[in-house]
Design a protein around this ligand. Structure first.
Ligand code: ARG
Length: 454
C-alpha cells in the first residue's frame, strides 16, 4: 500500500516494491512511530488545526494499534512501504476519515527522523547501562585481585610487574570514557525534528514546543532542511559504538591469550567456552573471538553511514533510508557482545600462581634494580648500564636477579648490598608503585572502591 498513489496510473511492480520498502527493518520502530503520532495529533488538536474530537479519535485509534501489535493481535504487513505507511493505513482502516487527518502538517521525512531519534535514544541508554554493569564486574574483580602480581607488557614482552587488578581497571577507564561519549552523543541527538515537514516547514500554525515537551526532547531543530536531512546522530552513535568495539576487541584478544596454555592466566567457565568436533582436549574461547570478530561489522556500519551521507544534496533523499540497517546492526551487535562478554568475564577463573610465575621470568624487576642504585646515589644512566650488565650475567649463569649472588652484584657496582634483594622482590616492587595511577594494591583498591556501586 502506498500513500502517494494519486499521481500514478500503474501499480508498483513487486520487485520495485520490495526494493523500495523499508518495513523489514523499520517495523521495529512501531512503538516510536505511534508515540510520535500521538504527540503530533495532540499538538494538532491543541493548536486548533484539527478538531479536539478528531485528535482524541486518532489518539484512541493509535493506542488500539499499539496494544494490538504488542499482544500479537495485529501483524505488521510486510508488503507495506514502511512502518509509517502501515500505521497510518491501519489507523484509517480502523477509524475512517479522521485517520486521514493525522498526516496534516507532517511528512514522512520529519516523521522518520523523529522515530529514528526516539528509537536510538532508548538504545543508547540501554547500552550505557550494559556498560555500567560491565564496569561493576571489572571493579569487583579488580578489588579481588588487587594484590595479584602479573607481568605488565610492552611489545608483548614482559616489561615491569603490575597487579591483575590494575590491568583490569585500565579497561574500566576505557569503558567509562565510552559511557561519557554516549552521554555527549545523546545531548546532541536530543533535538526534535518534527515540524520540519517535507523540507520547508509548514504554513499551519503548529506549536513545536508542545511535541518537543511531550516527547522529552531538550530542544527543537532550528532549520527545517537540516531537521530532515541530518543523520549526524547516527554517524556519531556508530562512531561511539565503534570505539566500544575497539575496547571489547582488545579485551577479548587478551582473554584469548590468557586462556592459552602458553599463558594460562585464566580459565573461562565451561558455560562460555566451546569444544572442537575433532580434538577432544580443546576448550576454545569462541565468545571472546566472536566479540573480536564482530568489531569489524560495527566499523563497517560506521563506514556505510559516512559513505551514504557524503554526497547527498539537501534535503531528504532516499539514500537516507540506508541509515537504519547500518545503525540498527551496530546497536544490535554491541548489545549482543556486551550481553555475552559481561558474564563471561564475571565467571572466569583467575590463576594467580601462573601470573606470578610469568612475572618471575624475563627480568621484569630490572628497572627496580636500577632504581635501587639511583636511590643510593648512582646517576640513573649509570645505574641503567650496570643493571644491563647484571642481566647479561644472569643470562650467562642461567639465573635471575633475585638469585644472583651479591658478589656478582658487587663486581658490577660496589654500591650494591644485601638490601637490594628486598627492593626487587616482585611484591615489594608493585607495592612501591603507588604514585597516583600506578599498580600498587592500595591504589587498585581505592580506584575499585570508587567505582563499585553499593
Ligand atoms: N522509509 C523512509 C526512510 O526510511 C521514510 C521516509 C520516506 N520519505 C520519502 N520522501 N520517500 O527514509
Amino acid at each position: 500500500m502506498q500513500l502517494w498513489k494519486g499521481r500514478f496510473k500503474k501499480e508498483l511492480s513487486k520487485t520495485t516494491n520490495d526494493f523500495n520498502s523499508s518495513i523489514p527493518f523499520d517495523s521495529r520502530m512501531y512503538r516510536e512511530d505511534i508515540e510520535g503520532s500521538i504527540a503530533h495529533a495532540t499538538m494538532l488538536g491543541e493548536c486548533g488545526i484539527i478538531g479536539k474530537n478528531e485528535a482524541e479519535h486518532i489518539i484512541e485509534g493509535l493506542r488500539g494499534i499499539l496494544s494490538d501489535i504488542e499482544s500479537g493481535a495485529l501483524k505488521i504487513d510486510m508488503e507495506a512501504e514502511d512502518i509509517h505507511t502501515f500505521v497510518e493505513g491501519e489507523l484509517t482502516k480502523r477509524i475512517g476519515d479522521d485517520g486521514k487527518r493525522l498526516h496534516t502538517s507532517r511528512s514522512r521525512n520529519d516523521q522518520v527522523a523523529l522515530d529514528n531519534k526516539l528509537y536510538l535514544r532508548k538504545q543508547l541508554k540501554g547500552i550505557q547501562s550494559q556498560l555500567e554493569e560491565l564496569v561493576q564486574v571489572i571493579a569487583r574483580k579488580a578489588e579481588e585481585y588487587s594484590e595479584t602480581v602479573m607481568p605488565g607488557y610492552t611489545h608483548l614482552q614482559r616489561a615491569q610487574p603490575i597487579t591483575f587488578g590494575h590491568h583490569l581497571l585500565a579497561y574500566a577507564e576505557m569503558l567509562l570514557r565510552d559511557i561519557s561519549r554516549l552521554e555527549d552523543c545523546y545531548k546532541r541527538m536530543n533535538e526534535m525534528p518534527l515540524g520540519s515537514c517535507a523540507l520547508a516547514g509548514t504554513t499551519y500554525p503548529i506549536d513545536r514546543t508542545i511535541t518537543q515537551k511531550l516527547l522529552g526532547f531538550d530542544r527543537i531543530t532550528n532549520n527545517s532542511l537540516d531537521g530532515v536531512s541530518d543523520r549526524d546522530y547516527c554517524i556519531e552513535l556508530a562512531a561511539c559504538l565503534s570505539i566500544i568495539m575497539v575496547h571489547l576487541s582488545r579485551f577479548s584478544e587478551e582473554i584469548i591469550m590468557w586462556c592459552s596454555w602458553e599463558f594460562k592466566f585464566i580459565e573461562l567457565d565451561d558455560a562460555f567456552s566451546t569444544g572442537s568436533s575433532i580434538m577432544p582436549q580443546k576448550k576454545n574461547p569462541d565468545i571472546a573471538e566472536l566479540v573480536r570478530g564482530k568489531s569489524g561489522r560495527v566499523f563497517g556500519d560506521t563506514m556505510a553511514l559516512l559513505t551514504a551521507m557524503k554526497g547527498i544534496a539537501l534535503a531528504y533523499n532516499k539514500d537516507m533510508q540506508e541509515d537504519k540497517e547500518a545503525i540498527f546492526d551496530a546497536v544490535d551487535t554491541v548489545k549482543m557482545c556486551l550481553t555475552a562478554f559481561t558474564p563471561m568475564l564475571d565467571t572466569m577463573r583467575v590463576i594467580p600462581e601462573n601470573m606470578r610465575k610469568a612475572a618471575a621470568g624475563g627480568f621484569i624487576n630490572a628497572t627496580d634494580v636500577a632504581d635501587w642504585l639511583t636511590k643510593n646515589g648512582v646517576p640513573f644512566r649509570d645505574a641503567y648500564k650496570a643493571t644491563g650488565e647484571l642481566v647479561a650475567r644472569c643470562i650467562e649463569l642461567g639465573t635471575d636477579l633475585e638469585s644472583l649472588p651479591i658478589e656478582e652484584y658487587k663486581k658490577v657496582c660496589d654500591v650494591f648490598n644485601e638490601d637490594v634483594y628486598k627492593a626487587i622482590s616482585l611484591e615489594y616492587c608493585v607495592s612501591q608503585r603507588k604514585a597516583f595511577g600506578g599498580p600498587a594494591p592500595e591504589n587498585v583498591r581505592a580506584q575499585a572502591e570508587k567505582l563499585i556501586r553499593n
